[in-house]
Design a protein around this ligand. Sequence first.
Ligand code: CP
Length: 334
Amino acid sequence: MNSLLKNLKIMFIMFQIYLILNTERNVYSMRNLMSPLDFSVAELDALMDTASDIIANPDKYSHACDGKILATLFYEPSTRTRLSFEAAMLRLGGKTLGFHSADSSSATKGETVADTIRVVSSFADICAMRHPKEGAPLVAAEKSSIPVINAGDGGHHHPTQTLTDLMTIRSLKGKFDNLTIGMCGDLKFGRTVHSLISALVRYTNIKFVFISPKELKLPEYIKEHLDSLDNVEYKEVSKLEDVIGSLDILYMTRVQRERFFNEEDYVRLKDFYILDKAKMALAKNDMLVLHPLPRVNEISSEIDDDPRAGYFRQVRYGMFIRMALILKLLDITV
Ligand code: CP
């Protein structure tokens, strides 16, 4: 009897050691998504393949995340990103929890992002975080025991918007190489633009045309990076009409009121570009118009029914690529 108890005790201790080692291994091999460059081109291709398979076979994935919980920690407003993350998890059979503004969280009482993520790690299996401060999701990732996804940090990066944009370009243009891509609007603060440029430069023979008023030009550090690359050409212009005819893709962006220090500058620049039927008449027949949305005035609703307008299809691709991302970061194979 004594030896049976002794053996049981040893087995119990060994089981505890196995659990500890297994948990540690999971934490150390855990992936986060802070920037589009966190994934190789091959990994991005695989992610888009999964998203395409989800589109073709939704039922196959409808219980993939049974029992899993996604936390959405949004310290800044969002419609698409937060709801598409939630829709993605729900369509995978999982559940969601979270907050949609800093005001409705204990951030108002002074709780740090580092403490918040430690707490949320006890409740959820994966987390998407949006924050007005650059680097906040990275601080969270360093303290987290669950995968953290950067859902937009200040004017820095928005990697899941980039995954959305890549998925849309692949689905609607069929390629990434040999494209001339115009980026128009707020290129200074536009995190979607910064993230997308960093992802696209990994493809062959990319030409960028940066279209902005002088106050909202692309930051110097990004142009310096582009200058160091052999496979990328770029030019900067201020008039959309002068270049629209040369573009394969036109990526429009909103002038972001929330990033301006004074209202006067915002009012002066907010309607600098308005894409309308007259300008679309100058574009190629197969030019694709993308926009991360929300739009304000920069795309007239009169072109929403133009077959070249891809921005609402883009939103839907965003949900499918986020489903693929959740599966990847949770290490779930279907
Ligand atoms: N594109 C995007 O990030 O939209 P939301 O701000 O609505 O999430």
